[in-house]
Design a protein around this ligand. Structure first.
Ligand code: SER
Length: 610
């Protein structure tokens, strides 16, 4: 059975049973408590909480959808036979309409009669704590059990399954058969899951049927730790989710989801070879996810959904790079993704996907090679060295883990993420420590100050000088080079190579760029590396200066790779550009033939946190 047939059958089956077909919502949800849409129920959250009325909005208490979904939580599993980051979730929903009896019967009929599949077994909730204080009355009404979060065993669902002839009903706990909430709070409840066999004879979970009975006041983690409360929901309901790819794997009797027709098109077009089977699957998964994220307006960045996209792009690209861009080419895979899915999702734009991908690729290639070389140098890649590789060269965690092989055996994702968060704190506190209480007069060759306030202004103007050099290159071209610089607490004076007087328009543009970078509040970071590597990173340096073998590179941006400006430098600098305030170019003049001089002053007070 083709996947297009599965789509059609699913929607029709539920439409015939009073469900209104609702189109997929965007992968970027309205709900600020989650980054991306992880389930079909997300767009319907307000109908369970009573904030919205389904009868009014849909003319029915039941809906059905095929929802674009994305789960970062499964990223480490991608590469096996059944996990994906992006997937399509088929689901039927009821808001205060039908409950357990109908939901289970619909699912049973759809799987066995419409799809012609055998159910291997199902699971039901065993109660929590696992020896329930309030054994179920069999009515499915668990409201009285919500205090202290005691939830009774779901004997009602067990009974329904048995009456339908399903004999293998397994009882499981909170980890597996209690769903939600999504984000920081929301509807949740016990579930029952359906398992069917794939082409390799493995039992695969295909359908999760949630009995939304509670509103959880905290996140899932808080709930499991006993720190969130369950309250009865105003509108009890049904929320089901069935992965289209998994169902297709069972229906088409394939061993993995990657052999179903949902991926088949890409493989026929452009076989991805020269890599392991696992890597091939990762690339297929990521290519599809990248295409859908971009088409829902996500752009690569170092925050939120943009950061997820960036990681996927970089990971996919690293593999492409490692096989020398000969064996497979991602743009061809993107074109095939587009051809396969545009029929269902007209928002997919081939041009946009390719443009964003190519832009990101260009930026990343510059430092990838160097990062991979650095990675090889570590005998053991611990969390600090992994973070160094990420911060300096933009190598994502997943790639470090994978390419580091044995050397990354002790590296754990949660430690890496903790390091990431801690780092944000440290860079804020960084300069404070550096100058705390002593030696206010600095003479780094570039910067002089007499007291704390002067030091702060000189530091602001020092970072301004870096921004200025890059802005001059942006406006006048890369032939601009530093010929000299002098920073005091009053002004920065920067000499650079350029043949003629600047027009007032050029001066205005340079000033505007510098102030824009200040407003963007970019972090300023520093890495130490060999002179040769620093040169290759593209960091600017002053030709008159003699540098030691090991140099520091200061960069303005989230990572060395993304940096707007990078220069060989001894510091000090502000922690974030907003601390500069605002600047003005006060003078532009000639100092020698082919050398111009610019002075820049501070024009607005800003809080100095560094
Ligand atoms: N919300 C549940 C899930 O995502 C069922 O749709 O599995």
């Amino acid at each position: 059975m083709k996947s297009s047939e599965i789509r059609r059958k699913f929607l029709k089956f539920f439409e015939e049973r009073g469900h209104v077909i609702v189109p997929s919502s965007s992968l970027v949800p309205d709900d600020p408590s989650v980054l991306l849409t992880t389930a079909g129920m997300q767009q319907f959250k307000r109908y369970y909480t009573g904030e919205a009325d389904a009868m009014k909005d849909f003319g029915s208490k039941s809906t059905v959808s095929i929802q674009k979904s994305f789960r970062t939580s499964d990223i480490d599993e991608v590469g096996d036979e059944r996990h994906l980051t992006f997937f399509e979730m088929m689901g039927n929903f009821s808001f205060g309409g039908y409950f357990k009896e109908e939901a289970i019967t619909y699912a049973f009929d759809f799987i066995t009669k419409e799809m012609g599949l055998l159910i291997s077994y199902v699971t039901v909730f065993q109660g929590s704590p696992s020896t329930p204080k309030n054994p179920s009355t069999g009515s499915g009404n668990t409201e009285q059990a919500s205090s202290g979060n005691n939830i009774p065993k779901d004997t009602e669902s067990k009974g329904i399954w048995e009456s339908l002839g399903v004999k293998d009903v397994r009882e499981e706990g909170m980890d597996d058969v209690f769903w939600g909430p999504t984000g920081s709070s929301g509807p949740c409840g016990p579930t029952t899951e359906i398992y069917c066999k794939n082409g390799a004879g493995q039992d695969i979970e295909v359908w999760n049927i949630v009995f939304n009975e509670f509103f959880c006041t905290g996140s899932r983690e808080e709930l499991l730790a006993g720190r969130a409360e369950l309250k009865p929901l105003p509108t009890k309901g049904i929320d089901t989710g069935m992965g289209l790819e998994r169902l297709a794997m069972c229906a088409q009797k394939t061993k993995t989801i990657f052999e179903t027709d949902l991926f088949g098109g890409f493989l026929k077009k452009e076989p991805i070879s020269g890599v392991t089977e696992r890597v091939r699957r990762i690339v297929l998964d990521h290519a599809r996810a990248i295409a859908f994220l971009i088409s829902d307006g996500v752009e690569p960045s170092n925050k939120g959904a943009g950061y997820i996209l960036r990681r996927l792009v970089r990971r996919a690209m690293v593999y492409e790079y490692l096989v020398n861009q000969i064996e497979f080419k991602l743009p061809i895979v993107f074109t095939a993704v587009h051809e396969t899915y545009a029929r269902w999702y007209p928002e997919l734009s081939k041009e946009e996907i390719l443009n964003i991908f190519e832009g990101e690729k260009e930026r990343f290639l510059i430092s990838l090679e160097q990062g991979l070389k650095e990675l090889k140098k570590f005998e053991k890649v611990d969390v600090k060295s992994a973070f160094f590789l990420f911060q300096s060269f933009g190598i994502p965690y997943e790639v470090i883990k994978e390419l580091g092989g044995e050397r990354t055996i002790h590296l754990k994702r949660e430690d890496f993420e903790k390091e990431f968060e801690e780092h944000q704190e440290i860079s804020r506190a960084g300069l404070e420590k550096k100058f705390g209480g002593h030696g206010l007069i600095l003479d780094t060759g570039e910067l002089k100050a007499g007291d704390v306030e002067e030091l702060r202004n000189a530091t602001r103007l020092h970072t301004t000088t870096h921004l200025l050099q890059q802005a001059l290159r942006d406006v006048l071209g890369d032939s601009v080079h530093q010929m000299g610089s002098d920073v005091t607490s009053e002004r920065t004076r920067f000499d650079f190579s350029f043949a003629r007087k600047l027009t007032s328009d050029e001066i205005g543009r340079v000033e505007k760029i510098v102030n824009k970078k200040i407003e963007e509040n970019l972090p300023v970071g520093c890495v130490e590396m060999s002179k040769e590597e620093a040169e290759r990173s593209g960091a600017l340096h002053f030709f008159k200066e003699k540098y030691p073998d090991k140099v520091k590179v200061y960069y303005v941006g989230e990572t060395l790779l993304d940096a707007y400006s990078k220069e060989f430098c001894g510091g000090p600098h502000v922690g974030r550009t907003e601390e500069i305030g605002r600047v003005k170019i006060s003078k532009e003049e000639a100092v020698a033939s082919g050398v111009r001089r610019m002075r820049v002053v501070l024009t607005k007070d800003a809080e100095f946190r560094s």
